[in-house]
Design a protein around this ligand. Structure first.
Ligand code: F6P
Length: 343
């Protein structure tokens, strides 16, 4: 009889998860694997929440946004008896292996389960933030930035008509990749990322100059920036200790500052979760499919405790522990590159 493999998706959803699930299942069928879908991330393993995952379930999901398995930010290591409950479900469902798809949090849990409890687990990286250090790109990022770039271009059209400065706030948490790529792609006049201290006088002087020439100026701001001299707010933390999106986003503060300092009417758009929905781009469909297929192959080879990664154009595997050790933030050379276009 074929092996029973569980699949789960944890953390924030992103386009590309369904192609990855599909890739894993379709490759797994070549090995005669039987799949069990655990719903809602680690909560599914903790509480034994399952759904059937067969060829019919996955064959048409390559273009579907979100995750058919559902997701959550549950951390079993933070729940009473959470870890034991997960181990019990694994046994009860007669599972042979688990494929966990997620970002640093979900994969951090996977890494601990492997290290501390010898759970046979393989990780698949996903996040729109693109902040996992062991892989060059994560699926979800390309789609999110494509959506944000489109939003930015729309803002410039309306901004130019009204002679305004337009500010677009994007997600990305503690890493500025989404803002950086959106800014470069949409031709922003200034981009604010968490990796760099905001220089308000310099930014405002530049925006005034651009506005005088172009009748519009575009600023892309990452949700994770800190404004000097401003309280970062009463941030709530999730079960992984990450800040949750604030009710009044940083974009509001920066917009008010720009309007006051430049004297130019300024408007803000916060696209939030719109960046996480919709069909995956071609890049994310291909990357999702590739890493999903590789995950099934790692299970077949019994290479547990590993995460699939993209190195250059090769799909390889790296130790989960190494993959979750640190965040990939924007380095100085990328910041300097983006500034070439602030003219
Ligand atoms: O990590 C992905 C991400 O979209 C971040 O960019 C953002 O800060 C966070 O998730 C939002 O989380 P939630 O969907 O739980 O509000």
């Amino acid at each position: 009889m074929g092996k029973r493999i569980a699949l789960l998706t944890g953390g924030g959803d992103c386009p590309g998860l369904n192609p990855a699930i599909r890739g894993c299942v379709m490759r797994g069928l070549d090995y005669d694997f039987e799949f069990v879908g655990l719903t809602d991330g680690w909560k599914g393993l903790m509480e034994g929440l399952t759904m059937p995952v067969e060829l019919e379930t996955v064959q048409e999901i390559i273009k579907k946004g979100g995750t058919i398995l559902g997701t959550s930010r549950t951390n079993p290591f933070k729940k009473e008896n959470g870890v034991q409950k997960c181990l019990d479900t694994f046994k009860k469902l007669k599972l042979d292996a688990l494929v966990a798809m997620g970002g640093e949090d979900t994969l951090g849990v996977a890494s601990r389960f492997y290290k501390e409890h010898k759970l046979p687990v393989v990780g698949v990286p996903k996040t729109m933030d693109n902040d996992l250090s062991a892989t060059d790109f994560t699926f979800g990022f390309d789609t999110s930035v494509t959506i944000a770039m489109d939003a930015a271009e729309r803002l410039v059209d309306t901004g130019r008509s009204h002679r305004r400065i337009m500010v677009l706030e994007v997600m990305g948490r503690h890493a500025g990749w989404v803002a950086l790529y959106t800014g470069i792609g949409a031709g922003a006049d200034w981009t604010l990322v968490p990796e760099e201290t905001v220089d308000i006088p310099k930014m405002c002087a530049h925006l005034k100059k651009v506005h005088a020439r172009n009748k519009v100026a575009l600023v892309v701001v990452s949700e994770g920036i800190k404004i000097p001299g401003q309280d970062s707010g009463k941030e709530k933390l999730d079960e992984f200790g990450h800040m949750l999106l604030k009710e009044r986003s940083v974009g509001h503060e920066i917009t008010a500052i720009i309007e006051k300092e430049t004297g130019i009417e300024t408007r803000l758009a916060v696209i939030g979760h719109i960046q996480r929905g919709g069909e995956p781009t071609l890049f994310d469909r291909i990357l999702g499919s590739r890493v999903g297929v590789k995950a099934a192959e790692l299970v077949a080879e019994k290479k547990f405790g590993q995460m699939v990664a993209l190195h250059g154009n090769d799909v390889v595997d790296v130790a989960l522990e190494e993959a979750t050790a640190r965040l990939k933030t924007v380095p100085t050379d990328w910041l300097n590159f983006s500034k070439v276009f602030f003219k």
